[in-house]
Design a protein around this ligand. Structure first.
Ligand SMILES: *Cc1c(COP(=O)(O)O)cnc(C)c1O
Length: 217
């Protein structure tokens, strides 16, 4: 598929869900993709991208942004405390805020740099031990704690368990967001972004379906 196929599918899913055309943001997940493919998508006019690792993003986006200055880059992968400084400097949004220590670090770094990426709290809705994210039962208290630090939390993010019905996890994420007054829902990837839109996704994160399979070799 290509960028245009995906944007068309997003528009259709959005209108089918009786939502306004501009209510869903496509994040093109460019991690691991060859530079020329990323450049092609930039040349087609897309300006919002997602990366998983601070170091990888640092290696490619300063140059690409010099060429395409209005580009936004979102961090989707886990953020280690010792990478908070470059992350605050580089990213326009961070989707993986998931623990008090990271919140404290982000608050002081945002203060120090006078620059604040938009923040999403990642929720581990499936309570999977290997997966990042705050547990659903701890989410309300954690969001409150982040707000007390003046962190600009605008929404929640989820990666549903691979072997479960994603809809249940999308619905749970929406419920937690609603009761905490958060407008944004970062959910839905290549295989399920249309379903996520039906459940209220405001940010879909699509990699493979736009760029092709990632070659980790
Ligand atoms: C890689 C990744 C995506 C994109 O996955 P695809 O299946 O390639 O669309 C989305 N979200 C996160 C957090 C990712 O790590």
């Amino acid at each position: 598929m290509s960028l245009i196929d995906i944007t068309t599918k997003i528009s259709t899913a959005t209108l089918d869900a009786d939502r306004t055309a501009d209510s869903v943001t496509l994040i093109a997940v460019s991690k691991v993709q060859p530079l020329e493919r990323v450049q092609q998508v930039l040349e087609q006019g897309h300006r919002i991208f997602g990366e998983n690792k601070v170091q990888e993003a640092q290696g490619k986006w300063p140059d690409l942004r010099a060429e395409f200055p209005d580009t936004q880059v979102h961090l989707l992968g886990p953020l280690q405390s010792n990478k908070v400084k470059p992350a605050v400097a580089l990213f326009d949004a961070i989707h993986s805020l998931d623990r008090p220590k990271l919140a404290t670090k982000l608050a002081s770094e945002i203060q120090a740099q006078g620059r604040a990426p938009e923040l999403f709290v990642q929720v581990n809705t499936g309570a999977e031990p290997q997966k990042a994210g705050i547990l659903p039962a701890d989410a309300d208290a954690f969001i409150k704690e982040c707000r007390a630090m003046d962190l600009p939390i605008t929404g929640l993010m989820v990666i549903p368990p691979a072997d479960e019905e994603a809809a249940l996890h999308f619905a749970l994420l929406r419920k937690i967001a609603t009761r905490n007054g958060l407008a944004n829902l970062s959910m839905g990837m290549s295989n399920d972004f249309e379903k996520a839109i039906k459940f209220g996704a405001t940010h879909v994160r699509v990699g493979t379906a736009i760029f092709g399979a990632r070659d980790y070799g």
